[in-house]
Design a binder for this molecule. Structure first.
Ligand code: C2O
Length: 594
């Protein structure tokens, strides 16, 4: 990524003892300082990281930092999250009798109804782990040989040739995704539709979905040892659409893909609807940094898997790390911009119609295995029975309807498969601080600009509508924690009540203490804490928007930035796509155990 053309200034301490006291707004004050004119730094009474003569020469630079919000009290803002234990029960397999058509919409193309309910069955069998004589290995799609490709092609051909009403057919299988992801079912309460994304159901649902898909393919070619490929997008050789998927005469091909993203175009794991202008080398660096952040920094179950989601609850409590990014970015990068609903990969209802979807999710599934194998005491799956006993319905290779639970999905080897071993280059790509470390800056005030004559103070700032870059100062309830305390509890930044229409593509990035005057850069910087993104899916039901949260780990990041002793952090939110279409209810710092 291009670095700033301006040189950085280090913090300047004013010769006044009061500067050692961190600036904190009054406890009751919740204020926004809106910049109308460039700051007059000479008049400032507190220390600022920006204090430097450099600023006076470029008066427009501060106009970019559209808003600075000061959050005065830790407990000042209303906690709008409902009690997660109100109805503690696992999400149960949906009742196919009350499956409804999915509603898909977009601002420009309007609304359509899509029939994606599966055929009914008088009988439901409970899942039993398969018997097998040897583990089948899913290969990296860019490494397969001719013999494998012929088999895979044949299997897909046969699946596509099955009659549409066969539950194992290509269309019916694609509809499984549509039904579970575009609200065809309800979650044990007619007021709350079932959604497997944006929650802890994401990994197990997709693992089981792919498992049955693979068994069907194997069965069709009479080879129960068949294993489908994975798209190895987390390593440079896999950062293009694998060759085997782009031959127009192959059943692996899908016409509804972004025409500008064909090989050799390199995948952007931080994609936000616009073409990157990075060199290949910088793009690889950025991609590997995204992977490091999402896989290594996110080291507890809820950070990785997402938020708890139980029977009777409203959908979409919060995505886990990989689901959010890059999983979503890849869907949107592959989806065809010419299609009304960005089909196929760019919309949940149609994503399963692209054979590439299954290779994409195979890699997501592989990352779940890798995540658990990395060092760290908290890299375990949940033990909560509401998670373990959540169940789904799938048709198996014999067209029997099977009820499978999350607990059936925990170990791929129990399911009879594993992944080909390939390099994991992102393990060594830890983001680095953009600003030089603050050698003796511990405990110092952050760039909390005071209110002066030029500023407008607005109270009750939340919800924030994210139509421009926004900075929020967030107090930290604890600081200078010991190593042990940090191992015990991860410090997290929580964005609550993120609201948006379900059918819009949105992405914003979150930075911590990136006080550069330029727009913050990218994932290769420690300051980049993560991002939020949405795959358009369906119409809001009864005006109910998507209402979710984002939880980002910051313990490591604060250490890397050498600000562990600070009382506050400055959080910068940068809308990348869908400006003005998202609002955020509150931002706070919390401490979590798993
Ligand atoms: Cu179910 Cu990648 O989405």
């Amino acid at each position: 990524m291009a670095s700033s053309v301006h040189s950085r200034s280090s913090p300047v301490l004013l010769p006044n003892s009061s500067v050692q006291t961190p600036f904190l707004p009054k406890q009751s004050q919740l204020s926004v300082f809106k910049k109308k004119k460039p700051f007059n730094f000479a008049s400032k009474k507190v220390v600022s990281c920006k204090a430097s003569n450099e600023h006076s020469s470029s008066p427009n630079r501060f106009d970019r930092r559209d808003v600075l919000l000061g959050l005065g009290s830790v407990y000042g803002a209303t906690n709008l999250v409902s009690d997660p234990f109100a109805l503690a029960a696992p999400v149960s397999a949906p009742d196919l009798d009350i499956c409804e058509k999915a509603t898909v919409s977009s601002k420009s193309a309007g609304e359509i109804k899509v029939a994606c309910c599966p055929p009914k069955s008088a009988k439901i069998i409970d899942f039993k782990p398969p018997k097998f004589s040897k583990i089948r290995y899913r290969p990296a799609a860019h490494l397969v040989d001719r013999e494998y490709l012929d088999k895979f092609t044949k299997a897909m051909e046969l699946m596509k040739a099955l009659p549409n009403d066969d539950p194992r057919s290509f269309m019916q299988q694609a509809n499984v995704h549509c039904a579970y992801c575009n609200y065809a079912y309800d979650n044990g309460d007619p007021n709350h539709q079932l959604q497997v994304h944006f929650s802890w159901l994401f990994y197990p649902f997709h693992r089981l979905y792919l498992y049955f898909y693979e068994r069907i393919l194997g069965n069709l070619i009479g080879d129960p040892s068949f294993a489908m490929p994975f798209w190895n997008w987390d390593a440079p050789p896999g950062m293009v659409i694998p060759e085997i998927y782009v031959d127009p005469s192959s059943p692996l091909y899908d016409e509804k893909r972004n025409v500008d993203h064909q090989p050799p175009k390199m995948l952007d794991l931080d994609y936000a609807g616009e073409e990157d202008d990075l060199s290949k080398r910088d793009l690889i660096k950025s991609n590997l940094a995204v992977m490091y952040r999402q896989m290594v920094t996110n080291k507890t179950a809820s950070l990785f898997h997402g938020s708890a989601y139980r029977a009777g609850e409203k959908p979409s409590p919060g995505m886990g790390s990989i689901e959010n990014n890059p999983h979503t970015a890849i869907h949107r990068w592959v989806g065809d911009q010419r299609q009304p609903y960005k089909e196929d990969m760019g919309n949940f209802y149609s994503a399963g119609r692209d054979p590439l979807f299954y290779a994409h999710h195979s890699n997501v599934d592989r990352l779940w295995n890798i995540w658990k194998s990395l060092p760290g005491k908290k890299r375990r799956d949940f033990t909560d029975t509401d998670w373990l006993d959540s169940s789904f319905l799938f048709y198996d290779e014999n067209a029997n309807l099977v009820r499978a639970k999350v607990r059936d999905a925990l170990n791929t080897r129990t399911l009879g498969y594993d992944y080909q071993k390939v390099n994991i280059p992102w393990l060594k790509n830890k983001p680095t601080p953009r600003r030089p470390g603050r050698a003796n800056g511990k405990g110092q005030a952050k760039a909390a600009e005071t209110n002066n004559n030029n500023d407008t103070v607005i109270r009750n700032v939340f919800p924030i509508v994210l139509d421009k870059l926004v900075r929020v100062e967030v107090p930290r309830p604890k600081k200078s924690r010991t190593k042990l305390e940090k191992e015990d509890e991860e410090e997290v930044l929580v964005l609550q009540n993120i609201q948006l229409d379900r059918d819009v593509g949105v992405k914003f990035n979150v930075y911590v203490n990136d006080e550069d005057d330029e727009i913050p850069t990218g994932p290769e910087d420690s300051e980049f804490a993560g991002s939020f993104s949405n795959i358009p899916h369906n119409q809001n039901k009864g005006g109910e928007k998507l209402d979710t949260s984002l939880t980002l780990p910051i313990s490591d990041l604060l250490e890397d930035l050498d600000v562990e002793g600070d009382d506050n952090i400055v959080v910068t939110l940068v809308p990348k796509e869908g400006k003005g279409l998202v609002s955020i209810g509150n931002i706070k710092i919390d401490y979590i155990r798993d």
